[in-house]
Design a protein around this ligand. Structure first.
Ligand SMILES: [Zn+2]
Ligand SMILES: [Zn+2]
Length: 651
């Protein structure tokens, strides 16, 4: 009997023949090469992520996922959860397993066990887990009927597993998959890596109590958090970054540097201290100046709207839960059963569209670029609020550009140049993602062809490298998103420019063209900071609280050697403040050294020290934050003021 052969098509379009039934792992080793076989963790067969042990039974589009792919890292963390559960059951027989999903940066596993895991026990579990890695056991996949699975797990006394299987069967599952390594077996959907050895290293991070199915009426379980990496180098780099991130945590620095507060009586809305307000104001003024210099006009629009606006924009149907509704007392008095006719605006776009309609627009008026920094409210779930990164009240450096279709490429180019300038000003590097038409969308293909071509023309014209995200665009148009990398290598999604063909239709926006006839404009939604609140959180962590002079909430601290010169110090403070410098003077009873140290803890860019000599000569002794403790520069007051004026200039 001859074995039929199947055609395998690789991502570069090349095709190879292999006997039907060959495992993907064997195919890679024999038909592609040992290098790729060694790096391979998973495969995508006809778009579906599968184990390397799966066989090639039909013609297949095949992509190999190596240790470099995010899916592979997630998979070895799932492998690691199995390995940890195996280790726990070997060390503590009688412990029952429940679930062990992967999460951002790692995984957890919940166990049913009488008492919490101790530090010592975690060390032993981690040790055994890493021995299981060293044993390089193969992950084996098998399919069983629900009855077989229930019998097997019931026989092991795993009542949580039985409950999960019964749930899945109730939803209609006919076949279940089991994954085993060595003698340990779990039922899950997979996929898994080829062997335990492919998980380079497991690190357990903490343990805590958790409830079965997250419900406090259920049994208390013991959760172990951990992470896994392909090698120790990756783990060490991550641990170091985590430690650095904890030191820079904006919630902690917000307290230490006295920048903002939160109060439970206004959840998710910050109280800004004078220092925090200074940062906010600088960022706002900087963006306003750039916007006005780049052809935008600034407008302010109402905060509160009748629901008619949200019905027009489409938000009332889809987004109502995220809006704060306001009762109309007249409607209530008239007996309206649902008198919540008003809502605080969660975004500026619909109000800008109304504004556009106030006058008859001509092709000569376009592009019209409207910039607004108004306060916005979104009703985020109470449980999801945290620091400045997830808030209910915020403002954006928002703008909407109304233009003709033939102006899109130029407008996008202008926007990206502005964004590039701003991110460079803060020392943030960035990368672009170009998201194209999704399956569910408005408009015809010709419209999408033109829209995507405009964005591509802009990106190519800028010579900007980008990652293509097919299908990730919004239903109303394609977009470009920007991720910034901070000083410790973390990525944050910040800026965006999105084409919108739907809003002009909904709001019936028109302009009179050269032909004297009405035409539809296109709207570009765009932001660079995103929200001021989140951007400030990112800046605090990026700079670890040591802001460059032009952003620093206090730019100069004044310290005196003796009380005799305090009056002179006050005149220095006044002269600096009059020149627009943000300056503080501590004339309390503390020691000079302690005051200098305090200024340094507050990460104030310059501390000037004044004594008798400085008073006589109108000089200042200047200490720069982060420079050598002993190093002082003495210069005339005017020279120092001149230096500040240069450094405080907006970049
Ligand atoms: Zn699994
Ligand atoms: Zn918008």
């Amino acid at each position: 009997m001859t074995v039929a052969s199947v055609t395998v098509t690789l991502p570069d379009g090349s095709q190879k023949q292999t006997p039907a039934g060959t495992s993907i792992g064997d195919f890679v080793r024999d038909s592609i090469g040992p290098g790729l076989a060694k790096a391979a963790v998973l495969a995508k067969a006809n778009g579906i992520v599968v184990d390397l042990s799966r066989t090639l039974d039909d013609d297949t589009q095949l992509e190999i996922l190596t240790t470099k792919s995010p899916e592979a890292l997630d998979t070895i963390r799932h492998d690691a959860a199995h390995i940890v559960a195996d280790a726990v059951q070997r060390l503590f027989p009688g412990t029952q397993v429940t679930i062990g999903p992967t999460i951002d940066n790692g995984f957890y596993y919940d166990f049913d066990r009488g008492q919490p895991f101790t530090e010592d026990e975690l060390v032993r579990i981690e040790g055994l887990a890493n021995e299981i890695i060293a044993a390089d056991l193969r992950f084996t996949r098998s399919e069983v009927s629900p009855e077989q699975a229930i019998e097997m797990f019931a026989g092991k006394g795993e009542k949580f597993k039985v409950e999960i299987i019964q749930d899945i069967v109730a939803k209609g599952a006919k076949v279940l998959t089991l994954y085993s390594h060595g003698d340990w077996v779990d039922f899950c959907e997979g996929p898994h890596g080829p062997t335990t050895g492919r998980v380079g290293v497991i690190k357990l991070l903490s343990s805590s109590a958790a409830y079965w199915r997250g419900d406090h009426r259920n049994k208390t379980l013991q959760r172990i958090y951990g992470t896994a990496f392909f090698d120790k180098k990756g783990l060490d780099a991550w641990l170091k970054q985590r430690e650095e991130a904890e030191k820079r945590d904006h919630r902690r620095l917000g307290k230490d540097l006295d920048l903002f507060h939160f109060h439970p009586l206004s959840p998710g809305a910050a109280f800004w201290t004078p220092k925090g307000t200074a940062i906010y104001t600088v960022l706002s003024a900087y963006m306003r100046q750039l916007a006005l210099a780049n052809g935008y006009v600034e407008i302010k629009t109402p905060l509160l709207y009748n629901k008619g606006l949200w019905e027009l924009s489409g938000h009332w149907g889809k987004y109502k839960e995220n809006m704060f509704l306001v009762e109309d007392s007249e409607a209530k008095a008239a007996g309206d059963p649902d008198p919540h006719h008003f809502s605080l605006k969660p975004m500026n776009c619909p109000s800008h569209h109304l504004y556009y309609g106030f006058r008859k627009q001509s092709y000569r008026d376009l592009p019209l670029r409207l910039h607004t920094q108004d306060v916005l409210h979104r009703n985020e779930a109470a449980g999801s609020l945290g620091g400045l990164t997830r808030v209910r009240q915020f403002a954006q450096d928002d703008a909407h550009i109304y233009c003709r279709e033939d102006q899109i490429a130029e407008e996008v180019k202008r926007f990206v140049k502005l964004l590039d300038h701003v991110y460079n000003a803060f020392g943030l590097s960035y990368s672009a993602k170009f998201a194209t038409r999704p399956p569910q969308r408005i408009g015809d293909d010709a419209m999408w062809d033109r829209a995507e071509a405009s964005l591509k023309t802009a990106l190519d014209g800028l010579g900007l490298a980008y990652e293509l995200k097919p299908g990730d665009g919004a239903f109303y148009g394609p977009k470009i998103d920007f991720d910034v990398s901070d000083s410790i290598g973390r990525k944050w999604q910040l800026g965006t420019v999105q084409l919108d063909y739907a809003a002009p239709e909904r709001f019936d926006l028109t302009y009179v063209g050269e032909d004297g006839k009405p035409h539809r404009p296109v709207v570009l939604h765009r932001a660079i900071y995103g929200s001021f609140e989140r951007f400030i959180a990112i800046l605090i962590e990026h700079f670890a609280g040591a802001f460059p002079l032009w952003v620093a909430p206090v730019q100069v601290a004044v310290v005196t050697v003796t009380d005799r010169v305090n009056d002179h110090a006050r005149t220095v403070v006044d002269r600096l403040a009059a020149a627009g410098v943000r300056v503080s003077f501590d004339d309390g009873n503390g020691m000079m050294k302690a005051k200098i140290r305090d200024a340094s803890l507050q990460k104030i860019p310059y501390t000037i020290v004044l004594g008798d000599k400085e008073v006589e000569t109108d000089q200042v002794s200047v200490r720069t934050f982060g420079a050598d403790q002993q190093k002082m520069e003495t210069m005339s007051f005017d020279a120092f003021a001149q230096r500040l004026a240069v450094e405080a200039r907006f970049p």
